[in-house]
Design a protein around this ligand. Structure first.
Ligand code: NAG
Ligand code: NAG
Ligand code: NAG
Ligand code: NAG
Ligand code: NAG
Ligand code: NAG
Ligand code: NAG
Ligand code: NAG
Ligand code: NAG
Length: 511
C-alpha cells in the first residue's frame, strides 16, 4: 500500500478510488463535475448528477450497469451545487467534502476524530467508505451509515443506543429534489421489532411484528419475498438492533426505496426487459394507512365501506362514521364484567374471548416471553386491563391493554386475534345463529308447503278436466289415494281448512 499524496489505481473500465491526504497538506480532489468513478466490481458509479427536472448538481451513487440512472445515495441532499463547478474532495482535515467553484463548502462527512491519513473507496456494494491509513484501517465514515431513500443489500436499518446510532431511510421531497421529505422509515424495537414509516411525526404505515422470517402484518407478503431479511441483535451492545437483507440472487439488482409519497417499494431489475419490476410495496391500499379505521376499528379492503367495528364494539359517533370519517373509531357496546364488583356473583357472566382469524394484529403489543398459549390466555384473563391477545408462531404471547389500533382483516394472510368482550356479546352471537337457523327452517317449510298446495291445486284442476272428459285412467296412485278430496264432494264446496291440513301433512311426509 503506497503512501503518497495521492495514489490512484486505474484498471480498464474499473477505477478503484484510492486517495490519501496528509493533515498538513492541502485538500485532494477526487472528482470534478462531470467526472465519475466506478466501484471495483463495476456495479456502482459515483459522480455529480441532476435529478428529474432540476438543474442543480448533487453528488450521488447510482447503478453503473442500469441504463436509466437510478440514484441510491445522495451526499449534499440539502445543499446542491447550482452550476457545474462542483468538486468532491478529501479536505485537509481528512473528511470528505463538496465545494463549489467559489470554494464554498456545501457538504462534509463531518467526522471530528480523524487522527490519521485517510483513503476513500467506492465498494461494489454501493458503500462509499472513508478509512484511516494505518494498519488498523479504521473506517471513520461510510455512506451506508447515512442512508438516503434506498436500502441496498447488506445495508442496515436500526438503532444502537450505546453509539447513539440511528439508521433510517428518509424520502426525497420530490423526484426532482433529493432533500429530506416528509417520510421516514425506521425499525421500531420498543416491543417486537417492526418497521414503521412516518409521515412527519405521525405513523403512516407499519409492517406488523417480525416473526423471525417475515413481517406478519403485510398483506400478500410471504416469506419468498423476504428471503434474505434478518434481524441483528448485538448482545454486547445492549439495545442494539438492526434489520438487514441480502438478496440471495446476486446476479440481479434489487432495492427497497421510500418514494416521495411515503410508499416503500421493493424493485427488482429485469435484465431482459431492461426495466425495474415492482415486487411489493406498502402502504398499497387505503386500509394499509396507519389507523384508517380509528381505535377498535377493523379495515377490510374487500368490504364497502372498508371500515367496521370489532365485534362487540359500535361507532363512537354514528354520524361521523356514516359519513366515512372513521378517525374516532369505535367504543365497547357492553362494559366488561372483569374488574367490576359482581353483585349477584354469577360465574356464567364472565367475559369471554372472541377469535378473529387472518388479522393484522393491533399496534403496541406487550410481548411476554416463555409462555405457551394456555399461559398466555390465563395471563390475559386474570388481568382486567388486558383486552386482547394473540399467539403467532415465531413470536409467542402478545397482549394488548390499550386502544386497539391499526387492525386489518386479511383474506389469506395474518394471524388469529382474540379480543375480550362481555359475556352477552358472545351470547348475542349464539342467539343470532339460532335465529338464522330457525328462519331458514321456517322458510324451507313454508316454501315446500306452498309448493305442495300449488301442485295439488293444479293436479286437482287437471283431474277435474280429465273427469269431465270421461277419462279416469290416470296413474297417480299416491296422490289420488291420499290427498284427493272425495270426488263426490267436489260439487259440494269442500271444507278448505281440513283439506289444507291434510295436504300439508302429506307434503311433510314427502320432505
Ligand atoms: C418534469 O416536468 C414535467 C413537466 O412539468 C413533468 O410532467 C414531469 O413529471 C417532471 N418530472 C419530474 C421527475 O419531476
Ligand atoms: C458537524 O457535527 C457537529 C457535531 O457533531 C455539528 O454540531 C455540526 O453542525 C456538523 N456540521 C455539519 C456541517 O454538518
Ligand atoms: C500520513 O502520511 C504521511 C506520508 O505518507 C506520513 O509521513 C505520515 O506519518 C502519515 N501520518 C500519520 C498520522 O500516519
Ligand atoms: C490506527 O488509528 C487508531 C485511531 O485513529 C488508533 O487507535 C490505532 O492505534 C492506530 N493503529 C495503529 C497500528 O497505528
Ligand atoms: C401526511 O400528513 C399530512 C399532514 O398531516 C397529510 O396532509 C398528508 O395527507 C399525509 N400524507 C399521506 C400520504 O398520508
Ligand atoms: C437470478 O436473477 C436472474 C436475472 O434476473 C434470473 O435470470 C435468474 O433466474 C435468477 N435466479 C434465481 C435462482 O432466482
Ligand atoms: C373527523 O372527525 C374528527 C373527530 O371528530 C374531526 O376532528 C375531523 O375533523 C373529522 N374529519 C373530517 C374530514 O371531517
Ligand atoms: C368493589 O367493592 C369494594 C368493597 O366493597 C370497593 O372497595 C371497591 O372500590 C369496589 N370496586 C369497584 C370497581 O367498584
Ligand atoms: C396488567 O396489565 C397491565 C398492562 O399490561 C400491567 O401494567 C399490569 O402490571 C398488569 N397487572 C398485573 C396484576 O399483572
Amino acid at each position: 500500500m503506497g503512501i503518497g499524496r495521492n495514489s490512484v489505481t486505474f484498471v480498464p473500465l474499473v477505477i478503484i478510488l484510492y486517495f490519501i491526504t496528509l493533515h498538513s497538506c492541502t485538500a485532494i480532489e477526487i472528482i470534478r463535475d462531470p467526472e465519475t468513478v466506478i466501484s471495483s466490481g463495476g456495479a456502482f458509479k459515483l459522480g455529480f448528477f441532476s435529478p428529474g427536472n432540476s438543474s442543480n448538481r448533487y453528488v450521488g451513487i447510482w447503478y453503473n450497469k442500469i441504463p436509466q440512472q437510478t440514484v441510491v445515495w445522495v451526499a449534499n441532499r440539502a445543499n446542491p451545487v447550482s452550476d457545474s463547478s462542483g468538486v468532491l474532495m478529501i479536505d485537509n482535515d481528512g473528511n470528505l467534502a463538496i465545494v463549489d467553484g467559489k470554494r464554498r463548502n456545501l457538504w462534509t462527512s463531518n467526522v471530528t476524530d480523524i487522527a490519521y491519513n485517510t483513503t476513500v473507496e467506492l465498494l461494489d456494494s454501493g458503500n462509499l467508505v472513508l478509512q484511516e491509513v494505518n494498519s488498523s484501517g479504521r473506517i471513520v465514515w461510510e455512506s451506508f451509515k447515512y442512508p438516503s431513500h434506498t436500502l441496498l443489500p447488506t445495508m442496515k436499518i436500526g438503532v444502537n443506543p450505546k453509539l447513539g446510532e440511528k439508521l433510517k431511510l428518509t424520502s426525497w421531497k420530490s423526484n426532482s429534489d433529493p432533500s429530506i421529505g416528509d417520510f421516514s422509515l425506521e425499525l421500531d424495537s420498543v416491543s417486537i421489532p417492526q418497521v414503521i414509516t412516518w409521515n412527519g411525526s405521525k405513523r403512516h404505515w407499519r409492517t406488523g411484528p417480525w416473526n423471525n422470517q417475515i413481517f406478519i402484518g403485510v398483506r400478500n407478503m410471504y416469506s419468498v419475498y423476504l428471503d434474505g431479511f434478518s434481524l441483528i441483535r448485538d448482545v454486547e451492545q445492549k439495545g442494539s438492533i438492526y434489520i438487514t437483507y441480502n438478496y440471495v440472487n446476486t446476479s440481479s439488482s434489487e432495492r427497497f426505496f421510500l418514494d416521495p409519497e411515503g410508499t416503500l417499494i421493493d424493485e427488482l431489475w429485469n435484465e431482459v426487459e431492461k426495466e425495474w419490476v415492482q415486487r411489493w410495496l406498502g402502504p398499497r391500499k387505503e386500509c394499509d394507512i396507519y389507523g384508517t379505521c380509528g381505535p377498535f376499528g377493523v379495515c377490510n379492503i374487500l368490504n364497502s365501506p372498508i371500515c367496521s367495528c370489532l365485534k362487540g364494539f359500535e361507532p363512537k359517533s354514528i354520524k361521523e362514521w356514516s359519513m366515512g370519517n372513521w378517525s374516532s373509531g369505535c367504543a365497547r357496546r357492553t362494559e366488561l364484567q372483569c374488574g367490576r364488583n359482581n353483585t349477584n356473583n354469577e360465574k356464567e357472566k364472565e367475559d369471554g374471548f372472541l377469535k378473529l382469524q387472518t388479522m393484522k394484529v393491533p399496534d403496541f403489543a406487550n410481548w411476554v416471553s416463555g409462555f405457551n398459549f394456555k399461559d398466555c390466555q390465563e395471563e390475559c384473563t386474570k388481568n382486567c386491563s388486558c383486552i386482547a391477545l394473540s399467539f403467532p408462531s415465531g413470536i409467542g404471547c402478545m397482549l394488548w391493554s390499550e386502544d386497539l389500533l391499526d387492525i386489518q382483516k386479511f383474506s389469506n394472510a395474518g394471524v388469529d386475534l382474540y379480543i375480550r368482550v362481555a359475556h352477552t356479546e358472545i351470547d348475542k352471537k349464539k342467539d343470532a345463529r339460532l335465529i338464522i337457523i330457525i328462519t331458514v327452517l321456517l322458510g324451507v317449510f313454508s316454501i315446500s308447503y306452498l309448493g305442495c298446495l300449488l301442485w295439488r291445486w293444479m293436479t286437482q284442476k287437471r283431474e277435474k278436466k280429465i273427469k269431465y272428459n270421461g277419462n279416469l285412467h290416470i296413474d297417480r296412485a299416491n296422490f289420488t289415494s291420499i290427498a284427493y278430496p272425495d270426488p263426490h264432494k267436489l260439487g259440494e264446496n269442500p271444507d278448505l281448512t281440513n283439506f289444507q291440513y291434510q295436504e300439508a301433512s302429506n307434503c311433510n311426509t314427502q320432505l
